[in-house]
Design a protein around this ligand. Structure first.
Ligand code: NAD
Ligand code: TYD
Length: 355
C-alpha cells in the first residue's frame, strides 16, 4: 500500500485576482489531495471568471469575504481546519496607491494582521499563554510580498533578502509594513512563517491596468500606449506560473522564518516590452505616447534569486519569449474576458489616470 499523504486545508486569500487565481488552479492540479479554500472580497480586481474551470471541483471552496473581517475569517478557520495560509489578497496597483493610499494600508497591513491573529489562535498549542511558541504540526503562514519593498536600484546591483526595506510608493510601503508584521509574529509568537518577494509577474488573467495587459489591450484597439517618462525604467519579469511553482516550493521546503526572493533573471526596460508587443501584433510605433512620469517612480528592480535556487532547488521554466508569445495570444483570443472585466468603474479610472 502506498504512503497516505497528509491532508492540507489551504486558505488562499485573493484567489480571484491575477496571481491568486493562477495559484488556485496550479495547486488543484498539482496536489489532488489538498482542499483549497479561496477567500476574496471581489474588489474591482477580483473576477470569478478566472476560476470558472475549477468552480465545481470538490476540493475547491469559495467565500466572498474581506480579510479584514475577523469574525468571518475565524469562522472559515473553524469550519475548514485551515493548516496553511497563502496571503495574496491585497490592493496591488502602484498608480492607484498614489491617488488613494488609505485602502492599501487597511487591506494590506490590517488584513494581514487579522489573518495572523486568527492563525495564531487556531494553530498555537496554548493560545492563552503569551510565552508559548509551540504550534500544531505542519502549519504554515506564507506572505506573498514583492521586490518593491526594497526600493529602487541604480544601474547595477540586485535585491538580496538581507537588504534593508526602503519602499517608495504607498503600495510598496504597505507591503513592507505587512512583511514587518509577519516577521514580528514569527519573532514574538514563534509563528511558522515564510515571506516571498517576487519580481513583476506577467501572464494570463492579469487585470489590464498593469503594463503588459494594458499595452496589449490598447494595441488591439489602436489606442495610444502611455509610456511613463522616458520608458527606460527596468523591471525583472517572471511568468505567473513560475511564481506559483516558487510559492509551492517555499510552502513545502522553505525554512521556517525565512524570506525568499523570487525572480528569473529577466530584466527589461518598459519601452522594450512596449515595442515587442507592437511588433508581435503588427502595429505601428506611432501608437507610443510618452506621458508624464509616475511620481516617485522606481527606476530599476532586479532580483538575486540565489537563495531559492540553491537552497530550495527552484528554477523558472518559462523563457520571456515563450511567455510573452503565449500571453499575447491568450489576450488576443480572450477579448471577451477583458470586455467583461472592464467595468464602468475601470473606464472612469482610466480616463482620470491618463487624460
Ligand atoms: P490583483 O490585484 O490581481 O488581485 C488581488 C486580489 O485580492 C483581488 O482578487 C481582490 O479582489 C482581492 N482583495 C483585495 N482586497 C481584499 C480584501 N480586503 N479582502 C479579500 N480580498 C481582497 O493582484 P495580483 O497581481 O494577483 O497580486 C497578488 C499578490 O501578489 C499581492 O499581494 C501583490 O502584492 C503580490 N505581488 C504581485 C506582483 C505582480 O507583479 N502582480 C509581484 C509580486 C508580488
Ligand atoms: P506596473 O505594471 O504598474 O507594475 P509596477 O509599477 O508594480 O512595477 O508598471 C510596470 C512598469 O511600467 C512601471 O515602470 C511603470 C510602467 N508603466 C507605464 O510606463 N505605463 C503605464 O501605463 C503603466 C500601467 C505602467
Amino acid at each position: 500500500m502506498g504512503q497516505v499523504k497528509e491532508m492540507k486545508n489551504v486558505l488562499v486569500t485573493g484567489g480571484a485576482g491575477f496571481i491568486g487565481s493562477n495559484f488556485v488552479k496550479y495547486m488543484l492540479n498539482k496536489h489532488l489531495e489538498y482542499k483549497i479554500i479561496n477567500v476574496d472580497a471581489l474588489t474591482y480586481a477580483g473576477n470569478l471568471e478566472n476560476l470558472k474551470e475549477v468552480a465545481d471541483n470538490v476540493n475547491y471552496i469559495f467565500y466572498k469575504a474581506d480579510i479584514r473581517d475577523k469574525e468571518k475569517i475565524d469562522e472559515i478557520f473553524s469550519i475548514h481546519g485551515i493548516d496553511t495560509v497563502v496571503n495574496f489578497a491585497a490592493e496591488s496597483h502602484v498608480d492607484r496607491s498614489i491617488v488613494e493610499p488609505e485602502i492599501f494600508l487597511t487591506t494590506n497591513i490590517l488584513g494581514t494582521q487579522v489573518l495572523l491573529d486568527t492563525a495564531k489562535k487556531y494553530w498555537k498549542v496554548n493560545p492563552e499563554d503569551k510565552y508559548c511558541k509551540e504550534y500544531k504540526l505542519g502549519v504554515k503562514y506564507l506572505q506573498v510580498s514583492t521586490d518593491e519593498v526594497y526600493g529602487a536600484l541604480g544601474k547595477t546591483g540586485m535585491f538580496v533578502e538581507t537588504m534593508p526595506l526602503l519602499p517608495n510608493s504607498p503600495y510598496s510601503a504597505s507591503k513592507a509594513s505587512a512583511d514587518m508584521i509577519v516577521r514580528a509574529y514569527h519573532e514574538t509568537f514563534g509563528m511558522p512563517v515564510n515571506i516571498t518577494r517576487c519580481s513583476n509577474n506577467y501572464g494570463l488573467y492579469q487585470f489590464p491596468e498593469k503594463l503588459i495587459p494594458l499595452m496589449i489591450n490598447n494595441c488591439l484597439k489602436e489606442k495610444d500606449l502611455p509610456v511613463y517618462g522616458d520608458g527606460m525604467q527596468v523591471r525583472d519579469w517572471l511568468h505567473v506560473s513560475d511564481h506559483c511553482s516558487a510559492i509551492d516550493t517555499v510552502l513545502h521546503k522553505g525554512a521556517i522564518g525565512e524570506v525568499y526572493n523570487i525572480g528569473g533573471n529577466n530584466e527589461k526596460a518598459n519601452i522594450e516590452i512596449v515595442k515587442l508587443i507592437l511588433k508581435t501584433l503588427g502595429k505601428s510605433e506611432y501608437l507610443i505616447k510618452y506621458v508624464k512620469d509616475r511620481p516617485g517612480h522606481d527606476r530599476r528592480y532586479a532580483i538575486d534569486n540565489t537563495k531559492i535556487t540553491t537552497q530550495l532547488g527552484w528554477t523558472a521554466v518559462y523563457t520571456f519569449e515563450r511567455g510573452m508569445k503565449e500571453t499575447i495570444e491568450w489576450y488576443l483570443s480572450n477579448q471577451d474576458w477583458i470586455e467583461n472585466i472592464i467595468s464602468g468603474e475601470y473606464v472612469k479610472y482610466y480616463e482620470k489616470m491618463y487624460n
